[in-house]
Design a protein around this ligand. Structure first.
Ligand code: ADP
Ligand code: TRP
Length: 325
């Protein structure tokens, strides 16, 4: 299967990104043809700092490799290096109903969060994402739950294009983890963990042990006691149990049993130790990769060449079908 996914460069990669998306990328890389990129064009739709963007892009590539992607097996590139993404996005815009974009949950959330910057790119974001996916005729798109609505739009646009202009695109499917598709914020367990929220609310993949401990020990938990998985009544504890279960590879039931009769503090302390230990190799590899800028640039040049070849062929085909050539 051809697999494709991306993460935006601004902000730090956190446990939610890892458990929802990256972990799946890593397990898919052995059996599939995988293409992963840094979605820098998407990150321009919310306020960002142009002076630090380049650095963030390189840091994301380092993060991908530190988390376990093998650059010898997968293609890694930067979205803005391939101009066909924006060109196809324009063409897809012409078949995308405005109403589809206006009902997107992420658009509505971000428009509320960034009231003074509701730009056209924010609304058009899912069309660029559809273009990312369709340009490579991708079959599987490993993402967290918050992105499934966008993948659905990519599927709708593929179908619509094929009907209108003749079979061209593959209809992509999202690939969600069974557990961990939506890791919640540590400070507000009713919201998803997100890079664009305060740093207290997430744990970066490369966070130092002291800080991990502090954040987990002060994570918002629920009133009452008892360590029980109940996302409605106990969203805080349920989120910690999910993370515990995923990092220890034990079913939630077993974790609940192990902490039967214990207080919240015992679970938090044990989870902090687990997270620190789990992330130790990530921190090491990240430090090592941060010294190898030339190698990282080489990976990106190779990735760009490979992606470019596929992108050019698809775009040519699309333009012909649309009557442009
Ligand atoms: P963020 O929302 O933190 O800025 P991105 O939008 O760049 O992160 O998301 C990158 C990938 O991580 C996407 O596949 C997304 O679905 C996934 N993801 C983001 N947040 C979470 C979360 N809290 N739980 C699970 N997956 C997530
Ligand atoms: N919108 C995705 C996110 O914020 C990132 C992304 C951009 C993406 N293009 C994509 C993910 C194509 C999968 C496929 O998480």
């Amino acid at each position: 299967m051809r697999i494709l996914s991306g993460i935006q460069p601004t902000g730090e990669i956190h446990l939610g990104n890892y458990l929802g998306a990256l972990k799946q990328w890593i397990s898919l890389q052995n059996e599939n043809e995988c293409i992963f990129f840094v979605a820098d064009l998407h990150s321009l739709t919310v306020p960002y700092n142009p002076k630090t963007l380049q650095k963030s892009i390189i840091e994301k590539v380092i993060s991908y490799i530190a988390a376990g992607l093998d650059p010898e097996k997968v293609t890694i590139f930067v979205q803005s290096h391939i101009k066909e993404h924006t060109e196809l996005a324009w063409l897809l815009n012409t078949i995308c109903p405005l109403s589809e974009l206006e009902r997107m949950t992420q658009y509505k959330d971000k428009a509320k969060k960034f009231k003074s910057n509701i730009n056209a790119g924010l609304l058009d974001y899912p069309v660029l994402m559809a273009s990312d996916i369709l340009l490579y005729k991708s079959e599987g798109v490993p993402v967290g739950r918050d992105q499934t609505q966008h993948v659905e739009l990519a599927r709708t646009l593929a179908r619509k294009f094929n009907q209108k202009f003749g079979k061209t695109f593959v209809e992509p499917k999202d690939i969600l983890p069974k557990q961990g598709a939506k890791i919640m914020s540590l400070t507000d367990p009713k919201k998803k963990m997100s890079k664009t929220d305060s740093s207290q609310s997430y744990i970066s993949l490369f966070e130092d042990p002291e800080s991990i401990k502090k954040k987990i020990m002060s994570a918002t938990t629920d009133s009452g006691k008892g360590i029980k998985f109940d996302p409605i009544k106990k969203p805080g504890i349920s989120n910690l149990l999910t993370i515990y279960s995923l990092l220890s590879d034990k079913p939630i039931k077993e974790v609940e049993k192990a902490f039967k009769g214990e207080g919240y503090a015992a679970l938090k302390k044990s989870l902090a130790d687990l997270v620190i230990e789990f992330l130790e190799p990530f921190r090491k590899k990240q430090k090592e990769m941060a010294q190898r800028e030339v190698y990282i640039k080489e990976i990106l040049t190779r990735g760009k060449d490979k992606a470019q070849r596929i992108a050019e062929i698809t775009l040519q085909e699309v333009k012909e079908k649309m009557g442009l050539i």
